[in-house]
Write a protein that binds this ligand. Structure first.
Ligand SMILES: [Zn+2]
Length: 301
């Protein structure tokens, strides 16, 4: 195997195996991803912490997406002031997302800790996996804490039956992001109960992921520290990023899916059509002439 660069610059995700192949581990640094989400959406600190945790958590689940059409979508619907959030992760841990309440006021649980649970409230987490060659799979669970990491852990235990230890964190510095990331530790089916016991022991008292990132730990070093296994085997290191998939062509295709009567009505309206991408806050305008071309393409197909 080629020597992996375990410490690339910028956001990245690392996958490793430990404890004789009985434990699958993934860790991410997502600092720039969260900064980009803040920039695109104009997020308040409170909204940035909630969305940043959620998006980083979905990225941790993305290592087995192998095809360009594969994706994992996470949706939180909740009754707290946050309102809800949606995120989609694709191959190479490219992620996009949005939160309904972008300008939420800060609520603190302690002087250093944002109270995400307080703004989420009660609700439901849905995860949809779409992978080439497999039937789409959707699972939903009630939120157990609203702190996001616990909710994703509960989802994985209940819906996907995988015992998981998951840590997520977003640390802000004024309006900027000081550190963001997370780790995901999963026990393989063949492992005995002693493996999970050992991992739960390691998890008790394990430092906050943002503390470690701020101290200069790389995702690979975070996994190393967690595993306490000198034979940890690093399998893969990949860059990860915020990336929206919208484009003018895609928006035109969406318009083409409208019924002929609706398209004709939009044309006659005279103002053209405005489409908005929630994931990157981009507006697309189609003027009457362009709508006419789309309409013509539709009627002649
Ligand atoms: Zn977009």
């Amino acid at each position: 195997m080629n020597q992996l660069d375990l410490n690339p610059a910028g956001d990245h995700i690392v996958r490793a195996m430990a404890l004789d192949g009985k434990v699958r581990m993934t860790a991410i640094r997502s600092t720039e991803m969260v900064a980009e989400a803040i920039r695109l959406h104009g997020l308040s600190p409170m909204a940035a912490v909630a969305l940043g945790r959620f998006m980083s958590g979905l990225q941790l689940l993305s290592m087995d997406l192998k095809n360009s059409s594969d994706s994992i979508t996470g949706i939180i619907r909740c009754d707290g002031p946050l309102g809800g959030m949606t995120s989609v992760v694709e191959q190479d841990s490219r992620v996009r997302g949005f939160v309904l309440a972008k300008h939420l006021d800060t609520q603190l649980r302690s002087p250093q800790k944002f109270d995400v649970a307080a703004v989420v409230g009660n609700g439901v987490l849905t995860v949809i996996r779409e992978q080439a060659g497999a039937k789409p799979y959707a699972g939903s669970v009630e939120l157990v804490s609203g702190e996001i990491a616990e909710d994703l852990t509960y989802y994985l235990a209940i819906s996907e039956q995988i015992p998981t230890i998951l840590g997520l964190g977003v640390l802000l510095n004024g309006d900027g992001v000081k550190a963001a990331g997370g780790y995901l530790i999963q026990v393989m089916p063949e492992a005995g109960p002693e493996v999970l016991d050992y991992l739960e022991q390691r998890a008790g008292g394990f430092p906050d992921v943002t503390f470690l990132l701020e101290e200069g730990f790389t995702p690979a070093q975070i996994l190393d520290l967690f595993a306490g296994d000198e034979n940890i085997e690093y399998m893969e290191v990949r860059p990860s990023s915020y990336a929206c998939t919208c484009s003018r062509e895609r928006m035109a295709k969406a318009l083409m899916t409208l019924g002929e009567a609706d398209l004709a009505e939009l044309r006659e309206d005279g103002d053209g059509a405005n489409l908005h991408c929630e994931f990157c806050n981009t507006n697309y305008h189609f003027d009457v002439e362009e709508l006419g071309q789309l309409h013509l393409a539709k009627t002649t197909n």
